[in-house]
Design a protein around this ligand. Structure first.
Ligand SMILES: *Cc1c(COP(=O)(O)O)cnc(C)c1O
Length: 299
């Protein structure tokens, strides 16, 4: 497995006619280049959990996820890289054919345990895990204070004070919390949730921000989830192909495709004042595209 490569991160200017017309600059922080599997925000979100696991002598990282979870495969790969055993507790019956994501997780040495949707909802740990004292539990999606703390470091890979707005895709809101914590005065952090869960998400974010939430400027825009998690509509897929043709920036259909679509749509609808300088976080996730039928995407 290749090592993590933070030197590969670039800030790419996007140059398309719509942005000229609206007098808006837009750059992309390419966290997708860090690693093919532990890509995007995932290393930032995991690093302080892994530190704590190591410092407390735990050997097995246990976490929750669905069949297409970038978090699951990132934990598997990061565990392999850092010398941990890993266990993925997966929602639902074991399917006859495993998703590409789960096959990858197994290839990195993760033990998968499938549990019923009910047990998953209540986050019941299987007995064999509960009774062992070596495990370290990471929340579903890496949600939590340690994940937000790691995500603060994302903005050290660009000149953050240059931007009027910084936008990211939102799953659990952990990365967004880190960006809000790192934001400078006058800057707005925009989150584009990929799930349909308006109230829950805002609360989750506020919980992570605590007092800092009152001083910073941030908002979620709930208009671009395309029907919910991992739903690739034709419109989204066409946008992703068109965007790639113009910019050579690949996006994923679960997160960054919706982020880029949403921000371009906001630009078109004059959401941003002329002269705005936007930064989009490319939070990775490209491995998820391997679950699409061949030929869906041109990249
Ligand atoms: C996991 C993931 C996210 C979501 O991050 P949260 O911190 O859970 O909001 C966004 N984009 C990509 C590509 C991801 O894999």
């Amino acid at each position: 497995m290749p090592p993590l490569s933070f030197g590969s991160i670039t800030v790419d200017e996007v140059d398309v006619p719509l942005l000229h017309e609206k007098k808006i600059r837009l750059a992309v922080l390419r966290l997708d280049k860090i690693h093919p599997i532990i890509s995007g925000n995932k290393w930032f979100k995991l690093k302080y959990y892994l530190d704590e696991a190591k410092n407390s002598g735990r050997k097995n990282i246990v976490t929750f996820g669905g069949a297409y979870s970038n978090h699951i495969v990132a934990v598997a790969a990061a565990g392999r890289l850092c010398g941990f055993k890993t266990t993925g507790i997966i929602r639902g019956e074991k399917p006859a054919i495993l998703s590409h994501t789960l096959k990858q997780a197994i290839a990195y040495g993760m033990l998968l345990i499938f549990i019923s949707r009910e047990d998953y909802r209540s986050k019941n740990l299987p007995g064999e895990i509960r009774n062992s004292d070596e495990f370290y539990l990471v929340n579903e999606g890496g949600y939590g204070i340690h994940g937000a703390k790691g995500s603060v470091e994302i903005l050290t890979y660009c000149k953050k004070e240059d931007y009027s707005h910084i936008a990211c895709a939102v799953g659990t809101s952990t990365m967004m919390a880190g960006l809000v914590k790192a934001a400078v005065a006058g800057q707005e952090i925009l989150g584009i949730p990929v799930l349909r869960n308006i109230e829950g998400l805002e609360k989750d974010l506020i919980n992570l921000l605590q007092a800092e939430g009152r001083e910073k400027s941030f908002r979620m825009i709930h208009a671009y989830h395309f029907g919910g998690y991992a739903k690739p509509t034709q419109e989204l897929v066409s946008f992703m192909n068109e965007f790639y043709k113009r910019t050579f920036i690949p996006t994923d259909f679960v997160y960054t495709g919706k982020l880029f679509y949403g921000v371009m749509d906001l630009v078109r609808n004059n959401f941003f004042p002329g002269g705005s300088n936007l930064l989009l976080i490319h939070s990775g996730g490209l491995q998820g595209n391997l679950s699409l039928p061949k030929g869906t995407l041109m990249f």
